[in-house]
Design a protein around this ligand. Structure first.
Ligand SMILES: Cc1cc2nc3c(=O)[nH]c(=O)nc-3n(C[C@H](O)[C@H](O)[C@H](O)COP(=O)(O)OP(=O)(O)OC[C@H]3O[C@@H](n4cnc5c(N)ncnc54)[C@H](O)[C@@H]3O)c2cc1C
Length: 462
């Protein structure tokens, strides 16, 4: 009798053989935290959650999923706010995707003091990398409120911004090299850290902002900076967005360096005070509050022209943390109301005040919205709009905001990415020619369309 090939083992068994059963989760209770996002607005279904611990294991997982034609959703800290880090809900006949968590790839390499660089695993948290750099008298240029959950891989995959973009730039400019696994399991690694290296396409740059659609980032070589030294943090009352923007230049003494400039509105301040258990920090109430951080040698001389202003200044770390808490807890404060629509947009600085004013009018007129905030990274022209009230699935309030931003020549995503949330609106700020070029790249890297399908491009690519 001829030998009959045995049926191949189910994918989860083959994944368990590679990773160990404890790193292949199929129990819905254990998978819950990986299939629901931070905002609780986006949730989906998965075949399994896998947790590889090395680049070789990531490569083997992708090879097995590729052979089985099973989609993969890469996930870092799951703090992304555009539905890109979790799978979408699946129909009864759909092929369920695998969520690949990078959290075990958390290696922190030795600091290279000569180059001012470090290589870290994609699953290391931003907070761990920042502490690792600080312990060696360096600083990593990117920082954001989700620092203790967001991973380096996630911040590279979304080209994260954060609170120090005005001083150090976005994530892309911190990345000197990347190691990644392509959808078929091929490893591409370029981590030598040479600043001068003009040898063709910069694959790391392409992976930056790719939102898990081209491959899985497994390690990153990062540029570090010397710390800015002691800073002054000030919270200043403002009557309008135009006044807030003007403060960024008029309040800075000559020779000082702006390290951060943020704006929070009155409702956001009240919510933050409630969440943090603090009280309104200025003498009077104002429609807006501007937070400025300047590197000035450690005294208040970095700020000028504020004699008549309602202002509170923080010089030591505790005072500064108390002031920053009002800005840093905005996301959490709005989420404390329930599921909120969180939009992240940018407009050219000359249009910022008018756009913010119009956004307030537009959002304020939406019947289903019962609370909202228009705040953000002032110096970067980056506005966050939070809306509470509309159903999670109701996309019309989001569209109203994005269309307004497009009218001002802005971007529908300043830093969070496009994800699933804005995939159908990409055309508002990228031309048909640009989208065609992006789709061609996606088709070349991921011909089977297995990497994070539905993210960035709404419809199937092919
Ligand atoms: C309170 C709060 C404050 C925030 N503030 C800011 C801010 O100031 N600036 C800002 O830019 N963002 C901010 N964010 C959003 C979020 O923290 C960033 O987008 C962050 O970069 C996501 O990192 P993550 O590890 O959580 O990625 P995830 O949420 O897990 O994933 C985000 C995207 O990256 C992909 N991805 C993740 N890891 C990899 C990998 N290793 N390889 C390939 N693809 C991968 C995922 O598929 C997904 O598309 C904030 C979020 C919260 C909750």
């Amino acid at each position: 009798m001829a030998d009959v090939d045995p049926a191949p083992a189910p994918l989860t068994e083959r994944l368990s053989a590679v990773l160990g059963a404890e790193h292949v989760l199929t129990d819905p209770v254990l998978m819950e935290q990986y299939v629901v996002d931070w905002s609780r607005r986006w949730r989906g279904d998965a075949l399994a959650v896998v947790r590889p611990g090395t680049t070789d294991e990531v490569a083997e997982v992708l090879r097995l999923c590729h052979d089985a034609r099973v989609p993969v959703v890469p996930q870092g800290g799951n703090t992304g706010l555009v539905g890109g880090s979790v799978p979408p809900p699946q129909g009864p006949d759909a092929v369920l995707p695998v969520v690949l968590s990078t959290r075990r790839l958390d290696h922190l390499g030795e600091i290279d003091h000569l180059a001012g660089q470090v290589t870290v695993g994609a699953g290391a948290t931003l907070g761990d990398v920042r502490r690792h750099a600080a312990a060696a008298d360096w600083t990593y240029g990117v920082d954001l409120a989700a620092r203790d959950s967001a991973t380096i891989g996630g911040t590279v995959a979304t080209n994260a911004g954060g609170i120090h973009v005005v001083a150090f730039g976005m994530t892309r400019v911190q990345v000197v090299g990347v190691e990644a696994v392509l959808p078929d399991g091929t490893v591409v690694s370029h981590l030598a850290g040479m600043l001068k290296d003009n040898t063709g396409y910069d694959l790391g740059s392409l992976l930056c902002g790719s939102e898990g659609t081209l491959g899985v980032i497994t390690a990153v070589r990062l540029r570090l900076h010397r710390p800015v030294g002691r800073t002054t943090v000030a919270l200043i009352g403002a009557q309008s967005y135009a006044e807030a923007i003007a403060l960024m230049s008029t309040a800075l003494a000559p020779g000082t360096r702006l390290v951060a400039a943020e704006v929070v509105d009155e409702q956001g301040m009240d919510l933050a005070a409630r969440v943090n258990g603090s009280s309104w920090p200025l003498e009077r109430r104002h429609p807006l509050v501007v937070l400025l951080e300047v590197a000035d040698g450690g005294d208040a001389s970095g700020l000028v022209g504020l004699d008549d202003a309602d202002v509170v200044v923080g010089l030591d770390a505790n005072e500064q943390a108390r002031i920053w808490a009002f800005r840093e807890s905005q996301g959490e404060a709005f989420s404390s109301l329930g599921v909120t629509h969180k939009l992240d947009v940018s407009v050219p600085l000359p249009a910022l005040a008018a756009c913010c004013d119009e956004l307030r009018d537009i959002v304020g007129a939406i019947d289903s919205v019962d609370a909202f905030g228009v705040f953000g990274h002032l110096a970067d022209g980056n506005i966050h709009v939070e809306m509470h009230g509309p159903e999670a699935e109701d996309l019309s309030p989001d569209l109203a905001v994005l269309e307004c931003v497009a009218r001002y020549g802005g971007s529908i995503s300043a830093e969070h990415g496009v994800g699933r949330a804005k995939a159908s609106e990409l055309h508002l700020c990228r031309s048909a020619a640009e989208i065609t070029a992006m789709r061609a790249l996606k088709a070349a890297w991921d011909p089977l369309g297995l990497m994070n399908p539905g993210v960035l491009f709404e419809t199937a690519v092919f």
